[in-house]
Each structure stands twice: as structure tokens, then as C-alpha cells.
Design a binder for this molecule. Structure first.
Ligand SMILES: [Zn+2]
Ligand SMILES: [Zn+2]
Length: 112
């Protein structure tokens, strides 16, 4: 299996199959359609040192005054949480949905 590349190159989403184009001005590290990411970075975004390579669903977003929308991804396998800056071409409806508190779903666990 090929390594998943998240440095500024296009990629095909493992979750929804969307072909993502390279980011215009930054690193493409999550799907613009379903916002899922992959656990390829260990400590800093883009280091690609992680050997986990599991799917990282987005679980919340926060509005940052300087950076704009931040999407928080949590690894399905190891529970690692990595915040990512939202891209300008991200699916904004998905972002808005993440801003609304989930009441019925109790799947997000706080502690790893
Ligand atoms: Zn996707
Ligand atoms: Zn992981």
C-alpha cells in the first residue's frame, strides 16, 4: 500500500473517495468534502513521521481570530488529536455542522 501524502499535493480521500486538488496557498491535509484527515503527522503538521496512517474524523471546529476556522481531527486508532486550519475551499456546510453540539451521538470520548 502506498503512503498517503498530505504535503501540498492532491490526494484521494480514503473516506469518501473525493479527488482533492493541491491547496492553493498552504498544505492540503484533509478532504475538502468530508473534512476527514489521515494520521500521517506525528508532532508538527507536515512532518509525516507517524506510522499510524489511520483515518482521522473531524470532531469539532473552532473559530480562531487570527487563523480562521480550525478543524480538530481525532485519530480513530490511537486517539491523537491534531488541529488543522480549514482551507478556503473546504465544504463549509460540514464545518457548520461541526460547530453544532452533538446531543444524540456519544461517540466522542474525551480521554484516550
Ligand atoms: Zn473525503
Ligand atoms: Zn493514529
Amino acid at each position: 500500500m502506498k503512503n498517503f501524502i498530505t504535503i501540498n499535493e492532491g490526494f484521494t480521500c480514503k473516506k469518501c473517495g473525493k479527488d482533492n486538488p493541491p491547496h492553493l496557498s498552504s498544505c492540503r491535509n484533509h478532504c475538502i468534502k468530508c473534512l476527514h484527515s489521515l494520521h500521517v503527522d506525528k508532532e508538527t503538521p507536515g512532518d509525516r513521521l507517524s506510522e499510524c496512517h489511520s483515518l482521522m474524523p473531524p470532531f469539532k471546529v473552532e473559530k480562531d481570530g487570527k487563523k480562521g476556522w480550525m478543524i480538530y481531527h481525532k485519530c480513530e486508532k490511537c486517539g491523537k488529536i491534531i488541529p488543522n486550519k480549514a482551507a478556503e475551499d473546504d465544504n463549509f456546510e460540514e464545518i457548520i455542522m461541526l460547530t453544532e453540539p452533538k446531543q444524540s451521538k456519544g461517540s466522542i470520548k474525551k480521554k484516550s
